[in-house]
Design a protein around this ligand. Structure first.
Ligand code: BGC
Length: 390
């Protein structure tokens, strides 16, 4: 049944739609672990099973695998049929997957785009069939055919990344108060993929936070490379970040000039940057003067590096909560209601402002890994110790 027809059916059917708050089941957990409550009353009411197509960008990063599995298991708990696809970071693969979902009779799509501007024609075809679309974590741009957006507060993620860089350098303390260090410190900047709408939000949040310190000379971007397009890493590729950091080290950091900190927007890039630093004579831990490198996603390999005091920080975005929010929105839409939004101003996709639900993120330092990642069941102590998801 298409959502259009379903809206009508839903109006007459009294359906108890409940979704237990997501809990348990860490990032690396299997789909069995996610804990949405079992309630297939919405499908039972109509005697049909609703199909949800879930398009995720890649399996090369843990977070998207965790996102995909969490969304799938939580939808299945509710009795939905789920078609989960990963796009291998390849735009034609993802567009084809979405076309196939439409052909196969999806009632709703949940899409984390590889390129936020490349899906307009597929999603317009979906809209023509009455299939609603939820943009997952990444906004889909330049089309009217996106109904809702679930994400984290992406600007604040950037603020948190920059804040953790300032903490690592000693300019701020973890509690936000002013630290003892006055610099000047040499830093370099990295941004994410230019076709990912989030990348500019992260970079803008970070730069608004760092700019006053650049202006007063506490921070110096020694390469002079501060423009988003110059520092952006297409497709968020670790090897490209390593290559750029290598180039920066050999071109700018010669003689006695050392880099003190690197703004990195994603753990995969951070590990490429750390490898480049290590290949260019930087060693030891941040306590010994290894440069401060930030991150995002709390990937297990980076969490271990943080526990070992090599990477300084990351940003934890609890994918279990994002999945639960997407599933809640899907339930609302499929029952003919407007999903609950907490932001109806920020995310203009070029055609309209997409109503959004934004979640909060946390800065992870070595001293809160236990509380935020282990005690919450996201990673186990053994996974943190080994750096490998079980
Ligand atoms: C996500 C980040 C992730 C990045 C690379 C962004 O769209 O919001 O959490 O680090 O993609 O996968």
């Amino acid at each position: 049944m298409k959502a259009k027809q379903f809206y009508a059916a839903a109006a007459g059917a009294a359906m108890a739609l409940t979704l237990a708050a997501c809990s348990g089941g860490g990032a690396g957990s299997s789909s069995d672990d996610a804990s949405a409550s079992t309630d297939s009353s919405d499908t039972a009411a109509s005697g049909e099973t609703y199909r949800v197509g879930v398009a995720m960008p890649t399996q090369t990063s843990e977070r998207w695998i965790a996102d995909g599995e969490a969304v799938q298991s939580q939808l299945e708990e509710l009795g939905y049929e789920v078609d989960l696809q990963f796009g291998n970071d390849d735009i034609p693969t993802q567009t084809q997957q979405i076309e196939q979902m439409v052909t196969n009779g999806a009632d709703l799509l949940i899409v984390a785009a590889i390129d936020g501007t490349a899906l307009a024609s597929q999603l317009e075809a979906a809209a023509a069939e009455g299939i609603p679309v939820i943009a997952y974590d990444r906004l889909i741009n330049d089309t009217d055919a996106v109904d809702f957006y679930v994400t984290f507060d992406n600007y604040t993620v950037g603020v948190q990344q920059a804040t953790s860089l300032l903490v690592g350098l000693g300019i701020l303390n973890e509690d936000g108060s002013e630290g003892d260090a006055t610099g000047p410190f040499n830093i370099e900047l990295f941004a994410g993929s230019p076709d990912d709408n989030n990348a500019t939000f992260f970079f803008n949040g970070a730069m608004d936070t760092l700019q006053p310190y650049i202006d007063n000379g506490t921070l110096v971007v020694a390469s002079g490379q501060t423009d988003f397009n110059t520092v952006a890493i297409t497709r968020w590729l670790q090897e490209k970040a390593q290559e750029r950091m290598d180039n920066l080290l050999t071109s700018t950091y010669t003689g006695d000039t050392k880099v003190d900190g690197v703004l990195s927007p994603y753990d995969g890039l951070s590990r490429g940057i750390i490898t480049a630093l290590q290949n260019n004579g930087y060693s030891g831990t941040t306590a010994d003067g290894f440069p401060i490198v930030t991150g995002q996603d709390a990937e297990i390999a980076s969490v271990k590096l943080i526990a070992d005091d090599v990477q300084f920080s990351t940003i934890f975005k609890d994918t279990r909560k994002l999945a639960a929010q997407a599933v809640t929105a899907a339930q609302s839409i499929l029952s003919g209601e407007d999903p609950e939004a907490n932001d109806t101003e920020t995310y203009d996709n070029g055609v309209k402002v997409v109503p959004s639900y934004l979640l909060e993120s946390d800065i992870i330092y070595a001293d809160n890994i236990q509380e935020l990642l282990v005690d919450s069941g996201y990673w186990t102590e053994e996974e943190v110790a080994s750096g490998v998801a079980e």
